[in-house]
Design a protein around this ligand. Sequence first.
Ligand SMILES: Nc1ncnc2c1ncn2[C@@H]1O[C@H](COP(=O)(O)OP(=O)(O)OP(=O)(O)O)[C@@H](O)[C@H]1O
Length: 259
Amino acid sequence: MDLIIDALSVKLGKRTVLDDVSAHLRPGRVTAILGPNGAGKSTLVKAAAALVDRSTGSVRLDTQDLATMDARARARAIGYLPQDATVHWNIVAGDVVALGRLPHLGAHAAPSPEDRAAVDRAMHDTETSHLADRPVGELSGGERARVLLARVLAGEPRWLLADEPLASLDPSHQIDLLARLRGYALGGAGVAIVLHDLVQAQRAADDALLIADGRVVAFGPVAEVMTADMIARVFDVRVAPLDDGDRRLLVPVGRIYAA
Ligand SMILES: Nc1ncnc2c1ncn2[C@@H]1O[C@H](COP(=O)(O)OP(=O)(O)OP(=O)(O)O)[C@@H](O)[C@H]1O
């Protein structure tokens, strides 16, 4: 299922936060959504998950408009991992992850063996099985972030939208998480991730969607979009090349100040 953002504009209060944004995202690929602070990245993923009202335009799964889709069907199709890793109830991690199956359960239905298997798989994949009986309030920021990712994965969505999922993770868990999201995409799902780390974006993503001031600056395969010139233009940083095996990554090394 393609995720098609078509001429999307979003106004929050008096501010136009997204302005005529279009991008055709494909499953089986990881799309990194990149841009400076305040560019509109979080608003874009929220709008793509139908969590903010758009002003004009549409977000579709193939031909189906998300705005008119049944809410449970939409929750099964789109998993959203917010930037803020807060859990408001102090329930145990295993129960938090099990909440990810809610869109699959009938009213008052008990979880099936399939539901339990999906929860176990998600916890295994995020290395959170050992945290199952711990209250989430007692977990470290990184542990909680992995539990919340497990909750989204347990729902087995066709599309996974994650807003800056690396924020509280140490380097090894960052690399693991990106590898896991890549694996999820290779399994046929769509994955779109808001990232600030340009190097990890180059490592993990197939496509990059660059936005600034609520508008699309560039969208396409990472190697074509994330050039030194484009990075300088969008982020005001200069980059240096770093050879990583058979690929060359561009690493931010300095700020460019306007003349
Ligand atoms: N509810 C709101 N009302 C008015 N303006 C808002 C609201 N929410 C966000 N904004 C503004 O919209 C713009 C885009 O916000 P958004 O959170 O989407 O940016 P972002 O690219 O994710 O930023 P960051 O990298 O800092 O997380 C910002 O200027 C922000 O101040």
